[in-house]
Design a protein around this ligand. Structure first.
Ligand SMILES: *Cc1c(COP(=O)(O)O)cnc(C)c1O
Length: 347
């Protein structure tokens, strides 16, 4: 703030450089939110009216919405029961002549099955766009989330692994996509243009300098922050089964390094998840149904004709999963208390 330059200054550029280096891409473009980043990623991929994009129904709504923003149609493919990520084995069945891209969402801090998905994308000449908003520094076979797609989007809302308040980042190795995105986020201006000259239909999706300063410092602390999250997840993994066999623990695929956006468990068949959440809430423990399936939101049903039963694995996960308290500073004694109360309330 003392520098007097509150937007379009040097700090967002510094944050971008650091971020690209940390994830392992050539370029990073800061944006005002993850959602804004997804919108620009869709435009940069050339996706528009009449196109289809394959994606997952088990995600935060912004991933599928970004497809609708550009007038294209989201084609959902059901998920893997264990990881909650898109089921790669079901993708080919959803490809049509109109399919242009696969928007993978690395859910909860764990990457999708990227070898299988990359092979399908190459075979059918489809682009891959990654929604990495929940998976900063997650790895698939040693390789970072964000390095598989033409573009990949990260988000820095306060509940994410690192935060800028509001903010996001689009990373890519493609210089043209990078330049296009940096122009679009800045009202369609190119770097050599005057303030009132515009080359493209652009947006104001810029990240301001204060947010970028926060992000830059958060990025320096990312290793510590992720480590603390990992320790909490490990504590739950160890302690929860001692009290309850009514809950299935998160499953981490052997090729994955999980970065724990949330800690989500699944109640066994026959247990009323919503009743469990109500009982826990009465005792002062906040848990959340996480996540609902996107295709069953009112406007998706109305606009695209989806109905219950269309994606049974996703719907079953939506009925049975809940996110447990998960924040840096959660004490082990509180974590034990949560596990005990879960066990009692599952009975
Ligand atoms: C958080 C999130 C987004 C959107 O990010 P915002 O910064 O809140 O706009 C998109 N996709 C997924 C999967 C997310 O978790």
């Amino acid at each position: 703030m003392e520098s007097g330059i509150l937007s379009l200054g040097p700090i967002h550029k510094e944050f971008e450089k650091k971020f690209a280096r940390a994830v392992g891409t050539k370029y990073a473009a800061s944006v005002s939110s993850g959602t804004a980043g997804l919108h620009l990623a869709m435009i940069a991929a050339g996706i528009g009216a009449g196109d289809e994009v394959i994606t997952t129904p088990f995600s935060f709504v912004a991933s599928a919405n970004s497809i609708l923003y550009v007038g294209a149609k989201p084609i959902f493919v059901d998920i893997d029961e264990q990881t909650f990520n898109i089921d790669a084995a079901k993708i080919e069945g959803a490809i049509t002549k109109k399919t242009k891209a696969i928007l993978v969402v690395h859910i909860f801090g764990q990457t999708c099955d990227m070898d299988a998905i990359t092979e399908i994308a190459e075979k059918h000449n489809l682009k891959i766009i990654e929604d990495s908003c929940e998976s900063l520094f997650a790895k698939y076979k040693g390789r970072h989330a964000g390095t598989f797609g033409e573009t990949s989007v990260f988000a820095f809302y306060p509940n994410k692994q690192i935060t800028t308040g509001e903010g996001g980042m689009v990373v890519t190795d493609d210089e043209k996509a990078y330049e296009f995105i940096t122009s679009l986020r800045n009202q369609g201006r190119s770097p050599d243009m005057q303030w009132l000259d515009h080359k493209y239909l652009g947006y104001n999706y810029r990240m301001d300098e204060m947010s970028a300063a926060l992000g830059s410092v958060q990025l320096d602390r990312a290793e510590y922050l992720l480590n603390e999250r990992r320790k909490l997840a490990e504590a739950y993994n160890k302690i929860l089964p001692q009290y309850s066999d009514a809950l299935e623990l998160p499953c981490v695929a052997p090729e994955n390094e999980h970065t724990w956006f949330v800690y989500v468990v699944k109640v066994k068949q026959g247990i009323d998840r919503d009743e469990l959440i109500r009982k826990m809430a009465k005792e002062g423990v906040a848990t959340k149904p996480y996540l609902p399936s996107i295709h069953l939101f009112e406007f998706y049903k109305k606009r695209l004709g989806f109905k219950a039963g269309d994606y049974p694995v996703s719907e079953s996960a939506s009925r049975r999963t809940l996110a447990l308290p998960f924040y840096i500073g959660l004490k082990e004694e509180d974590l034990i208390h949560i596990c005990k109360r879960l066990a009692t309330n599952c009975k």
